[in-house]
Write a protein that binds this ligand. Sequence first.
Ligand SMILES: [Zn+2]
Length: 480
Amino acid sequence: MGQTGRWFQTIGTKARISRLSFISLVILALGALAAVASERKPDDLGGGRMKSMRVDGSFDPESNFLDATAQLQFTQPADDRRLWLAEGLQLTSVRSGAAPVLGVQRNSNQFLVPGPSYEELELRYSGRLLPVPDPLEASWGAKGAGAGKPLDDCRFLSYIADFYPHPQTDFAAMKIDLRLPEGWNCLGSGTLNSVSSTPGGNRFSFDNVETKGMSLVCGRFRQIDYIAGAMPVRLHAWAGFRFKRYFSKPDLQRLLSFYIGRFGAPGFTELNILFRRGHNFGGVSYNGLLVLGVDEAWGRIMAKDRKKIEAESPLGMIDAGNDLLAHELAHQWWGGLISWKTAADNWITEGLSTYSMLLYARERRGEKAWQKLRRHLRKWVERYADKGASADGIRLKLQQGDLRAYQALVYVKPALMLAELADRIGEDELCRRLRRFLSERCHSSVGSKDFLDMLSNGDGALRACLEEWIHGRGLPSPTS
Ligand SMILES: [Zn+2]
């Protein structure tokens, strides 16, 4: 995720460039959430894991009004259960089985369900959601005319904005059925099982086997293309959007096959990509769904000013469009299959997605370009390396307000560490460790310690070196 305001200003267009991911989006909200989570008692966490969730509701995108019922199941009973729900949504009833639950305490976007021993809760709620910042338009210091005002009519129902009641970071089986007025389409995390006609609109049914959260995107887009194959891809956009101007189908398939070859099967059986018209060039990734913001001038600009982009951003390195796609797609593994535990651990998924993107760049461009890229990225990180450590995570953004520093330290520095590690132990061995970690820790949130333990595999000297990369300031010298 990121934004480099000067890229396109220098060539006289309104477009900016930014990179987002679902991991990154969570981070935007996590400053507050993490503080709350740390106040939880151990028994609160131990008894509070959500096993499954089912939401059935209606949403009017014009008025932002949501009316829904959520059924939550937990692995164990708990004395008190803290759940999150957007402030604009009023709880109209809380039940456990047939019995109403009394004494629910509400405090802004949290509420406390008193115990004892509720393993199942049914919550009815409704209300007008506060306008949710558009993740592709209102991110990272988007200032000035047009900032925050999308050029299309997409509405995001994001789990970090708490559109359903949830206990934060648990992976769980989730289903959402949402009714929308006629003319509105919907994509979301997981599998879209069916679209059925209902009075006045359509009902969209989504299913997630195991996920940390579900998000939906509603809009007046349509499916514009379909790529058949072992892992089919559906492309969605506004009418008349010309996909080929931005990406080629073979490129997309090559990228998908490359990641599957390296990291194993993803968490989806079909990939959806939604192209949005916007001021920003960026993306966001949900399980099985990528949303990419594109400007209509993007294709032309990229070809003309690639060099400028390369010189001005640590992330748009060789081919901004494909780099963005490669970063966001990698989040299907790093973020989708495993996630981070706290805000200080978000370098894991951002670093891995950036490293994955680098691997693909090497595959496409060759060894010489790869080495040049690494030198270029080292210079980027060197500029910011004294500002903080990768494990400072979102605090870097909050404290410094400097997106470039944040990108350099949380995205690029860990990616360089992984590249150095591959030099030392071999890329195949690194890949093997990553795959094993994915299979052992699939559908869970992992912390920095566990991840560094896995990478170092019992080698104490290596562990100390990796520790320095992530928890130290400065940039360690190249080992080779
Ligand atoms: Zn990312």
